[in-house]
Design a protein around this ligand. Structure first.
Ligand code: APR
Length: 270
């Protein structure tokens, strides 16, 4: 670990008056949720062109429904069973000291589970169902409902139940509608980012004096432009990641680095 960067980060965290914490899949890795582009990542197992767009999912569902069920199972099951980790808790601790906005690319709801109250989910949330005609959230899942959905998916992907029984069982925990307007509140490739989350995230980046980037490959735009946007607006930027470099890079895992950084800045956790 670069000592100069560590001292810079501790002092910046202590001095900051408005903080943005910008997170990606890496912050949830130690909660058991795979990332997308690491060696065991989602996109290495499920080609994005088939699974990361609504059209791709529909085409795959019409020809190989079991594969879509398996993909959805691989998305839902880890999130259903996940708990917030020490990094999520450290982020919520920052909020108790300084005005803090979390902007996350993750859809797992773990920042809120850890106690963060000002969270912008710019890629949506797996815990929500929206009506695509109104863009309104029509249902919010509890994690145990997600567990029931993943158990149904498990039965189907292992071909223990027919497609009709699968859809009937899924129907009992997912608010289908015959016009197909209800779907998970997820932003896939080609979709516009979630609003007003994205507009508010940009405003927060423009107004903050410190932006912490945690656990993202910064491979997907426009989300990845946030650190640069904050830096151009005069903010200090810090990057926490084991592999991806950035301004004031603190190399390592967020579940190890963030709790120590927050303790060094604000004192030991109570
Ligand atoms: N702590 C911190 N960072 C970690 C950890 C960890 N324990 N483990 C892995 N990382 C880092 C990796 O080094 C990598 O930089 O997390 C990052 C994960 O990158 P991606 O898998 O690309 O995930 P993310 O950056 O969130 O992807 C952005 O792309 O496919 C879309 O919608 C998807 O929201 C996602 C977006």
């Amino acid at each position: 670990m670069d000592t100069d960067n560590w001292i810079t980060a501790v002092l910046a965290l202590r001095k900051a008056e408005r903080i943005v914490v910008f997170t990606g899949a890496g912050i949830s890795a130690s909660s058991g949720i795979p990332t997308f582009r690491d060696t065991d990542g989602f996109w290495n197992r499920f080609p994005p062109e088939q699974f990361a767009t609504w059209d791709g999912l529909l085409k795959t569902a019409l020809t190989r429904p079991h594969q879509v069920a398996e993909f959805v199972l691989n998305v839902v099951a880890p999130i259903a069973k996940a708990h917030a980790n020490a990094a999520h808790r450290a982020v919520s601790r920052i909020e108790r000291h300084t005005t803090t906005t979390v902007v996350t690319q993750n859809v797992d709801g773990l920042h809120q589970a850890a106690g963060s109250t000002h969270v912008h989910e710019i890629h949506g949330s797996l815990l929500e169902v929206i009506d695509t005609s109104t863009q309104q959230v029509i249902k919010r899942f509890q994690r145990d409902e997600l567990i029931r959905i993943s158990e149904t998916l498990e039965k189907y992907t292992h071909k223990k139940i027919s497609l009709v029984s699968f859809l009937w069982e899924l129907r009992q925990c997912f608010p289908f509608d015959w016009r197909g307007r209800h779907r998970p509140n997820l932003i896939l490739f080609g979709d516009a980012l979630a609003e007003p989350a994205w507009t508010e995230a940009c405003q927060a980046a423009d107004q903050c004096d410190l932006l912490l980037t945690v656990g993202t490959s910064a491979a997907v735009y426009p989300a990845a432009m946030l650190p640069d946007r904050a830096s151009k607006a005069g903010a200090t930027t810090i990057t926490i990641d084991p592999h991806v470099r950035g301004e004031c890079w603190l190399q390592g895992n967020s579940e190890t680095i963030l709790p120590k950084l927050v303790s060094d800045a604000f004192g030991p956790a109570d």
